[in-house]
Design a protein around this ligand. Structure first.
Ligand code: GLV
Ligand code: MN
Ligand code: MN
Length: 410
């Protein structure tokens, strides 16, 4: 009943809704996302679910259990992308969850719990200086001050919601009650090379690494590129570059710690002008919170020293902080049992990438199933999976759902 061709075709169909012609970029509350949402809500209905857009712009489909109104097992992933993205990061988890419900419905199967499939509107945090906005809204941990964050065009999240047909004042209505939710389980591509190296189609996630992100702005003095001697410059971009190298050096010195400067701007941005201002992002991650926190402290001190020596001013804003999110052992056991029942060795692995589970863990226990991706490439248009692995992943997810035993509540 599971149709991997449909899964692959739907990932292709979603990838056509992009702000970037010939590539894939779809950010939160964009017109491209509205088009993707229409597709997803339609697929949810076709699979036998009632479907709605929630107050934060997440697609939510509900498949009732053997009687209406039962607490739900939440399944899903995100529908937004990074810039110039691959077409499976996020989307595969949404489409596979819908495919599983489609199969249950086709067999007239109702379970002793409801199933909800969710396509979160923002996980990547590309548009506003904040991340996991869809899942935070569902978990009830959305910070209202984020509504005032602006995108690169100066549009605030509040305005973007209005343009999208949503009311920021009602955003709280997306939050779910704990008693209505049994667990959150997400299928996602691994985005790394471990499963491929082990020759396995799927694996069980143990925990999602913690992350801290900053937006940094450095102010120097803009000047003539031909007239100001090198020792009299206050070049904001050169200071930013030195900070980026310090981040790289520090993170490379500790195994499993990673640090990235992914977004860089030099202003005013002309070939013959010394940059007077530089802006850049920092993303630091580690599988242990203490390791990440120590690295961040050390790096901020080092960056302050660099800027002081170069006589430039630095402003640092923390845009995200999330600790390690551990998957619940009882969910790991049930996902592992579903993998074993498919005759596949149960490989457990941590996630270096962030996921909606980092926000959902505030609402309920979380579990994750990884699907092998080619060469571990992700956040890249070359991201690829095989149809056979999509089929295996969906089969494991369906088996997990069919055998799901909610944790008995204390
Ligand atoms: C999301 O993909 C992240 O890990 O940043
Ligand atoms: Mn991603
Ligand atoms: Mn993702």
């Amino acid at each position: 009943m599971l149709d991997s061709r449909r899964i692959m075709q739907r990932c292709d169909a979603l990838a056509r809704h992009s702000e970037l012609a010939g590539g894939l970029t779809r950010v939160y509350l964009s017109q491209e996302q509205a088009a993707a949402n229409r597709l997803v809500l339609g697929w949810m209905r076709e699979a036998g679910m009632s479907a709605r857009l929630d107050a934060a712009g997440n697609c939510v489909g509900r498949y009732e259990g053997d009687r209406p109104g039962l607490p739900a097992l939440l399944l899903g992933s995100h529908l937004d992308t990074v810039r110039d993205a691959g077409k499976y990061d996020g989307m595969l988890g949404v489409v596979a969850a819908i495919e599983c419900v489609h199969a249950l419905n086709a067999n007239g199967r109702r379970l002793p719990f409801a199933i909800e499939t969710v396509g979160f509107g923002d996980e990547e945090g590309v548009r506003f200086n904040a991340t996991l906005l869809g899942s935070r809204a569902v978990a009830g941990t959305f910070k209202p001050e984020v509504l005032d964050s602006v995108d690169a065009d100066g549009v605030s999240m509040r305005e973007a919601m209005q343009n999208f047909g949503l009311d920021a004042a009602r955003l709280g209505a997306a939050a779910r009650r704990r008693e209505d939710v049994l667990a959150y389980a997400e299928l996602h591509i691994e985005q790394g090379p471990v499963l491929e190296a082990d020759g396995l189609a799927v694996g069980v996630v143990t925990a999602i690494n913690g992350a801290t992100r900053f937006a940094v702005e450095i102010d120097g003095t803009a000047g003539h590129a031909g007239t100001v001697p090198m020792d009299l410059r206050r070049d904001a971009f050169a200071a930013a570059a030195e900070c980026a190298l310090a981040i790289e050096r520090r993170c490379a010195s500790v195994p499993v710690l990673v640090g990235t400067v992914g977004k860089v701007e030099a202003l005013p941005g002309a070939v013959n002008v010394i940059p007077g201002k530089a802006r850049f992002s920092i993303d630091i991650r580690a599988p242990e919170d203490a390791m990440r926190i120590a690295a961040v402290e050390h790096l901020l001190a080092e960056m302050n020293a660099i800027c002081a020596r170069r006589k430039v001013a630095m402003q640092v804003i923390k845009t995200h902080e999330g600790g390690v999110a551990a998957c619940a052992p009882w969910l790991m056991d049930q996902i592992g049992a579903a993998i074993a029942a498919e005759g596949i060795a149960v490989r457990k692995l941590p996630s270096g990438a962030g996921h909606d589970g980092m926000a959902m863990i505030e609402l309920c226990d979380i579990g994750m199933l990884f699907v092998r991706c080619e060469k571990g490439i992700s956040h890249n248009p070359a991201e690829a999976i095989s149809a056979a692995d999509a089929q295996t992943g969906a089969q494991v997810l369906l088996r997990f759902i069919e055998n799901f035993q909610p944790k008995t509540r204390a």
